[in-house]
Design a protein around this ligand. Structure first.
Ligand code: LRH
Length: 495
């Protein structure tokens, strides 16, 4: 059966057609487009209309691809939202989470609700751009006053495709307004934050039907009007984790793209003070699972370096950069990827050099040395995060699944295996789209349902997608020494 996934990432979007049967799972990317944020006097925004138009064009291509489209599912990055007025019109242009307007807002919210209490209910890691802080920044504005409905980005697109209103729960769990213990909106907190309960739509679970296409959407795309939009795990990371080809409980995952999301899959949230202080999050996965993880700055560091170099006419193809990194001196310079100085867009090589200066290291000069510094530092951050997660959750890790675009980066996979001392299974690259498609397929009975439905989905991924295992090798003691060096930098405040 064919299913269409609209998969929106922070730098690009895709429409992917997935064909699923009992023993096959084949993806066909029918449309890819850039996701380019736009800076306006009001800050950094997403071009949501362009994203919607490109999604429609992708669906149109999917409709023509030959064997039809059983249903459509949408996932995107988390935390960002659009506001609708009483007539259902979009108020303003959704902000990008990397916009700086939330910079000091968290402190204000903390004055109203203490961080312990906030964590005890939501279990959410502190990130300056969590929806709760974005809303606090927006609260005194004219748009917020007129707002009647808040829709997360995939829910907004679902609304524009179908007219339906709802809040998908894996993405709702990234807002800071969701109760991790009960999987409902955190009603009591809302009142104290000055957020009307009615602003938040009813929650919906992955695997349920959101609605059917509006007539003008069906006419434009060429899809039948009774085509359903299935609610998938609309937070891209939740979709990616659903497609991790793991068996048993003793695995960790790293969903590695713009961000590295590294952690464990648990049955219940960990809401301890130690967990809060280590800044682990308890986001919702499919089937009521908990994604116990921490955000690591990820390939963003490399992407921003490449953007800076390209602007200066010094750009090199990724292959050449990675070859230069492989040949560069090991552990010459290290950064803490979780230092907030790396969060916002801008001259990344300069910020990396400044970090090295500040910590008494010789700054990397060549492109190869910068890339080596990034990849070794990311591998060390993977190690630190997974070890802390294992300890805080009381769960042994026997292997690491590294999925997403970063799984194509051999050097990063090898460094991660060496740094963690664990086998790293790399792939699938398209984990997010696979998770999106598999949840749709399951809703249509095309993969095993029932209590072990998630295991059946993962078994299908393992049986059909190319995977590569990196056994830990190299000099373990050199990685231990590098980890100790990183620990000494004492980054004042992590993400
Ligand atoms: C990854 C991601 C991540 C969020 C961030 C905003 O794309 O969804 O899980 O923390 O974007």
């Amino acid at each position: 059966m064919p299913f269409a996934a609209i998969d929106l990432g922070a730098t690009s979007g895709r429409v992917i057609l997935g064909r699923v049967g009992p023993d096959h799972l084949v993806l066909d990317e029918v449309h890819r487009f850039a996701n380019t944020p736009v800076r306006l006097p009001t800050g950094l925004h997403w071009d949501v209309l362009a994203l919607f138009r490109e999604s429609l064009d992708g669906l149109r291509l999917a409709a023509r691809a030959g064997d039809g489209v059983t249903s459509v599912g949408i996932d995107s990055w988390a935390v960002d939202y659009g506001l609708l007025d009483a007539d259902g019109a979009l108020l303003g242009i959704p902000h990008h989470y990397r916009d700086s307007r939330t910079e000091h807002v968290a402190d204000r919210v903390r004055d109203d609700i203490g961080p312990q209490e906030l964590y005890g209910v939501t279990g959410l890691q502190h990130l300056p751009f969590n929806t709760v802080f974005q809303l606090a920044a927006a609260r005194d504005g004219a748009q917020f006053a007129a707002a009647r409905t808040l829709l997360m980005i995939p829910d907004l697109l679902t609304h524009w495709l179908t007219g339906a209103i709802g809040a998908e729960e894996t993405n709702a769990s990234t807002t800071g307004l969701f109760d991790a213990r009960t999987a409902t909106w955190a009603e009591e907190l809302l009142g104290r934050l000055g957020i009307e309960r009615g602003l938040l739509p009813p929650l919906r679970r992955p695997g349920t039907h959101a609605g059917t296409l509006l007539p003008h959407v069906a006419a434009y795309t060429g899809l039948p009007a009774d085509t359903t939009v299935v609610t998938v795990a609309s937070h891209d990371t939740a979709s990616a984790v659903a497609a991790v080809p793991a068996t048993g409980p003793h695995f960790a995952y790293i969903s590695c793209g713009t961000w590295s999301l590294a952690g464990l899959e648990l049955d219940a949230p960990v809401l301890t003070e130690a967990s809060r202080l280590a800044n682990f999050t308890n986001e919702r996965g499919i089937d009521g699972t908990i994604r116990y993880l921490r955000n690591i700055m990820g390939m963003w560091l490399l992407e921003e370096c490449r953007r800076t170099w390209e602007q200066r006419g010094e750009g090199l193809p990724l292959r050449e950069l990675l070859a230069a990194a492989a040949a560069a001196e090991p552990f010459a310079a290290l950064i803490d990827p979780d230092d907030p100085v790396f969060l916002t867009p801008g001259d990344m090589p300069a910020r990396i050099r400044a970090f090295c200066h500040r910590t008494g290291q010789r700054p990397p000069e060549t492109h190869g040395a910068v890339v080596r510094c990034i990849l070794e530092s990311l591998a060390l951050a993977h190690r630190r995060t997974l070890r802390e997660a294992a300890e805080l959750a009381g769960r042994d890790i026997h292997r690491v699944h590294l999925v997403g675009g970063g799984s194509r980066n051999e050097l990063l996979c090898r460094f991660t295996a060496d740094a963690t001392g664990l086998p790293v299974v790399a792939g699938p690259t398209e984990a997010t789209a696979l998770g999106n498609i598999l949840v749709q397929a399951r809703a249509h009975g095309a993969v095993g349902d029932g209590p072990d439905g998630l295991a059946a989905m993962r078994a299908l991924v393992a049986a059909t997608q190319p995977l590569r295992t990196y056994e830990p090798a190299g000099d373990g003691r050199a990685w231990d020494a590098a980890a100790a060096r990183l620990a000494e930098f004492g980054t004042a405040r992590r993400l």
